[in-house]
Write a protein that binds this ligand. Structure first.
Ligand SMILES: Cc1ncc(COP(=O)(O)O)c(C=O)c1O
Length: 423
């Protein structure tokens, strides 16, 4: 029978040509599976032959709203066609930026409420890692200015197994050798302690400590949820020792764990929050650091930060539309309801499976830890059955589909998990 190309995508180059082009011209910094995605829509990815794969990775939570959400796509297309999408010099104002900043500031609860009700302010960047850098600068400057720590002596507490991105300063405090080996000299000023261990945090606080940077749940670190009371305890320590507590919610924010913000699971409010990925619905790079206006104005003055593309109109238009979709479609609620059902169904599989060590998660952030520690082998089998997932920390299969996944799609996922984990 003749093969039919169901759609065209970007080019008509064959998959094997694409593999070759990357092999020859690209840095080999990712381990990829043998799939060339030609189109992405909702929860589905399509290959050259029109075969569809259920995307249960969602670009590590960047596609929470589903790929190519029409509201966000239309907003971006309007901006391109209407000639208000390109980078405009930061020396002038743009209305997409002003509007996006106000939406993002109001999206979060009052940050750092201990300083009063000043409202929030937002500093926009591109990839998530850049906003983590903004947060680090904020914590250090706060230590210098407010706590009178000698400049250069500021210390920030971070957690073993963390993942905050790959710039030199940020890999400097990674626990993973492969992220930093050979890239020295590394940036000093970070102390890493066991994730979930409050006593360990307390022990390393010194007069030079200015902040705590935490992922409320660790995504890359093995889909780990800390013991109950951990975030509350961090909040208490931060108040007691006058430290800025910053939550990196780039992966676990925006509904992923069944709440708008993951820190809500413990009913705390941090001093700053970092968002990225789904903030633009996965269409353009956009990330933000949000903190109290009191802190933002203390730390940043003219010239002390900036970015050519940070907060450019196209990203702001996408961001404003993505926030609207988030609220209108009640994505956090969808994630909580569907995640509960999906986790129960996966737990039922786990009880019959010789391979599963533990199932953990909240909302549509679900990890299946396998006994043999070889999660990627199971991910490869799932790929052959039309499911895209990957491992987290080697031992855990990460299930994090777009939050708009429907019942039928969840049935399909559960059927394939049953085949791979039970047989
Ligand atoms: C918690 C967390 N922080 C920071 C980052 C870095 O974001 P980006 O890859 O957009 O720079 C990631 C990316 O996976 C992340 O999961």
């Amino acid at each position: 029978m003749r093969k039919i190309n169901y759609f065209s995508g970007f080019s008509n180059e064959k998959d094997k040509t694409i593999f070759k082009l990357e092999q020859e011209y690209g840095a080999h910094h990712y381990e990829r599976i043998d799939l060339v995605v030609r189109q992405a829509k909702g929860c589905w990815l399509t290959d050259e032959k029109g075969r569809k794969y259920l995307d249960c990775l969602a670009a590590y939570s960047a596609a929470n709203q589903g790929h190519h959400h029409p509201t966000i796509v239309n907003a971006v297309m309007d901006a391109l066609i209407g000639n208000y999408a390109s980078v405009i010099s930061n020396v002038v104002f743009t209305d997409p930026l002003g509007i996006f900043l106000s939406e993002a500031a109001k999206f979060a609860p009052q940050m750092a409420p201990r300083f009063g009700n000043h409202g929030n302010k937002v500093l926009p960047k591109n990839g998530g890692v850049e906003s983590v850098e903004t947060a680090l600068k904020t914590m250090r400057y706060y230590g210098f200015k407010k706590k009178k720590i000698e400049d250069g002596k500021q210390e920030i507490i971070v957690f073993d197994g963390n993942f905050h991105g790959r710039t030199i300063s940020i890999v400097s405090f990674s626990s993973s050798k492969k992220y930093k080996e050979g890239f020295g000299p590394l940036t000093p000023g970070f102390v890493s302690v066991e994730f979930g261990n409050l006593e360990a945090v307390k022990k390393v606080i010194t007069p030079n400590t200015c902040g705590i940077l935490v992922e409320p749940f660790q995504g890359e670190g093995g889909m780990r949820i800390p013991p109950e009371g951990f975030l509350k305890g961090l909040r208490k320590l931060a108040d007691e020792y006058d430290l800025l507590l910053v939550c990196d919610e780039i992966q676990v924010g925006m509904g992923r764990t069944g709440k708008k913000f993951c820190f809500e699971h413990e009913d705390i409010v941090p001093d700053g929050v970092i968002l990225g990925k789904a903030l633009s619905g996965g269409l353009v790079p956009l990330s933000v650091f949000i903190t109290s206006a009191f802190i933002m104005d203390m730390v940043f003055s003219k010239g002390s930060d900036g970015s050519t593309f940070g907060g450019y109109p196209l990203a702001c238009v996408a961001g404003t539309a993505a926030l609207k979709v988030f609220e209108e479609e009640k994505l956090a609620e969808q994630s909580a309801q569907k995640g509960k059902i999906l986790k129960e169904r996966i737990e039922a599989i786990a009880r019959r499976s010789p391979h599963v060590k533990e199932v953990r998660g909240k909302g549509l952030f679900i990890g299946i830890e396998v006994k043999e520690g070889n999660a990627m082998e199971f991910c490869r089998k799932l790929f052959k059955l039309g499911i895209i997932v990957n491992d987290s920390h080697g031992h855990t299969i990460r299930i994090s589909p777009p939050l708009v996944i429907n019942e039928e799609e969840m049935d399909f996922l559960v059927e394939q998990l049953e085949k791979v984990l039970v047989g």
